[in-house]
Design a binder for this molecule. Sequence first.
Ligand code: SF4
Length: 323
Amino acid sequence: MGEETILEVRNLTKYYPIHTGFFLKHTGDVKALDGVSFSVKKGRSIGIVGESGCGKSTLGKSIIRLHPSNSGTVYFNNIDFFSLSGEKLRKARQDIQMIFQDPFASLDPRMSISRIIKEPLNVNKIGTNKEKGDRIKELLHMVGLDLKSLNRYPHEFSGGQRQRVSIARCLATNPKLIIADEPVSALDVSVQAQILNLLLDLREKLGLTFVFVSHDLSVIDYVCEDVAVMYLGNIVEMAPKEALFNNPQHPYTKALIDTIPKVGEGKKLKRNHLKGEIASPINPPSGCKFHQRCGYCLDKCRIENPPLLKNGDHSVSCWLIEH
Ligand code: SF4
């Protein structure tokens, strides 16, 4: 695995404006991303994890410019991805692709599987008709679908098979970086492992880099080498997987890890209780955004937001940590 940085996200901010009343006056913002920075080395997989509403899915969509960000920069292979337009943007987009959560919603029901996979080749003017046909067959084989699938339609497939089609479409342009947004959370538990194994296999064979967004730490544990934990629009802890799971430092990370079922425990236990619900991103708490739920809250935590600072292998945003 190379040590070259393929993706660098700097201070990414995304606010969704709220308009209310007859005149649709701008009355506030949903602060989905509030200054997110991280980088990914080529060939590695980083998991972005957190509860619903923490901003993790917005992060994936903002990186790929599906949702334009308010500020911040994304460098892909040392090129400012946000400054690209026209032909240069189209070319760069071939290298960054996304897998979505719900394969049924992301596949056009009126298009055959062959047309769905061919579309990115057409848009990017890749190959002759014969080369496109060969590439579609190769992609189907790579994702474990047989050639009989070519003339069938999405509704004729199971959820797992549809996600395989989405993966084939995503691989059509031979991308280097894949942003996978909850790619198995809409699937039956029995199928989830098959899709995760397929992604691991493809990563190995094709030397892919993954940004893997999931609410499920056990999924992240299975496929990623690095983990970033998000809370209300910020990364609160980031570390290599082993360091994060064996020695979590932020109280929120500790609480999340305590909710993973252990062998023999049966149900999920919450030994390190998370108090209450995640606050609203429209009106996040002052100071440390986690302070209302934190069992270790200090006076300072209510006033000042702790910066994300290095502490050994970890980067942590908490006043308890002496950096
Ligand atoms: Fe808890 Fe304070 Fe650390 Fe926030 S900064 S996680 S409130 S101890």
